[in-house]
Design a protein around this ligand. Structure first.
Ligand code: GLV
Length: 327
């Protein structure tokens, strides 16, 4: 019997064509929008495997109804939409797509950093509204990044790429905060591991690159923003709930920090009247960190290969919960 694979979005052809070449029975969800939880559950019940992404809620209730799933393959490096503990308890392997989007996401973090430092998005809006005005010798002043201090919250694959960009382009000093020291990354970039409070106090730019977990949810709250420099720029390209949005809004409004660059918000999509969108020193993007041809193709290939590898060899090349497959 052919294995039935539910493919929850229009993923790039590069990976889908690999699945089509195998002996699978594919169900492709061809609408632009994600499935509702009910649609996802209804379809998953009749499939052996799911190729899903961060807009699909794979929680405990879903998994309890889908105990039959043989593999879940996530098209993303983050997997906070999936209850990994519940999947692991049920013995379901969860694949993911690390590293495929590290360059692309670091580019967005780097770009947002410059955009906030120079109020770029706001300037663009003034032109749209016919407010170009005149060359102003004392107006629209941004800050320069040369030799500033970058604080990376979560020095992993993407954080490392951001640190390298900042060191190479601006000779920045790099601090980072991790649960455990990343000595491998320290060999590739001149970075110093510091405590959270020191990171906040000393960084001119704080850039978030960690996973969303119960420990990192809302770690950037008013208390944290108050510990940052009033001239500091906050960048989040990881997951929206890592910062507390109302607290961030207050922090920028009251000048506790200079500004923020966000590729992720909570919720997504952000409401079009969100006050952050109207602030001079805030730049917001609609979660496009991995949105390059190269990254998305590679993510699609890795997500497909995780399924193909599992059915051909019993192994999943990029797996979140390796314990379920034994040694
Ligand atoms: C994107 O946000 C990802 O986790 O890959």
């Amino acid at each position: 019997m052919k294995k039935k694979i539910l493919v929850t979005r229009l993923y790039p052809e590069a990976g889908i064509s690999l699945l089509e070449k195998e002996n699978f029975d594919l169900t492709l969800w061809e609408k632009e929008r994600p499935m509702t939880p009910e649609e996802l559950l209804g379809l998953a019940k009749t499939h052996d495997a799911v190729l899903c992404t961060l807009t699909d809620r794979i929680d405990k209730a879903f998994l309890n109804e889908c105990r039959h799933l043989e593999i879940i393959s996530q098209f993303a490096v983050g997997y906070d939409n999936i209850d990994i503990a519940a999947a692991t308890d049920l013995g379901i392997p969860v694949g993911f797509t690390p590293d495929a989007m590290s360059e692309a996401t670091a580019d967005i973090a780097f770009g947002l950093m410059i955009a906030v430092a120079r109020n770029m998005f706001f300037m663009h809006k003034t032109i749209i509204h016919g407010q170009w005005g005149y060359f102003n010798p004392t107006g629209h002043l941004g800050i320069e990044l040369k030799q500033k201090t970058l604080g990376i919250f979560g020095l992993g694959r993407i954080g490392l790429k951001m640190a390298q960009r900042c060191q190479n382009a601006y000779d920045m000093k790099i601090l980072y905060h991790n649960r455990t020291r990343n000595t491998k990354a320290e060999k590739l970039v001149d970075a110093t591991c510091v405590g959270f409070d020191e990171l906040l106090a000393k960084s001119d730019i704080v850039s978030v690159h960690c996973a969303l977990t119960p420990e990192t949810r809302h770690v950037f709250d008013l208390k944290a923003f108050k510990k940052m420099k009033p001239s500091a720029v906050f960048i989040n390209t990881a997951r929206g709930p890592i910062h507390h949005e109302k607290d961030l809004t207050q922090a920028v409004k009251e000048g506790l920090i200079r500004g923020a660059g966000l590729d992720v918000t909570d919720p997504e999509p952000m409401a079009k009247d969100n006050p952050l969108l109207f602030m001079e020193n805030v730049c917001v993007l609609p979660h496009v960190g991995s949105a390059t041809m190269e990254a998305r193709n590679q993510m699609s290939i890795l997500a497909a290969m995780n399924i193909i590898g599992f059915y051909k060899t019993g192994r999943v090349s990029h797996i979140v919960n390796p314990g379920v497959l034994g040694s």
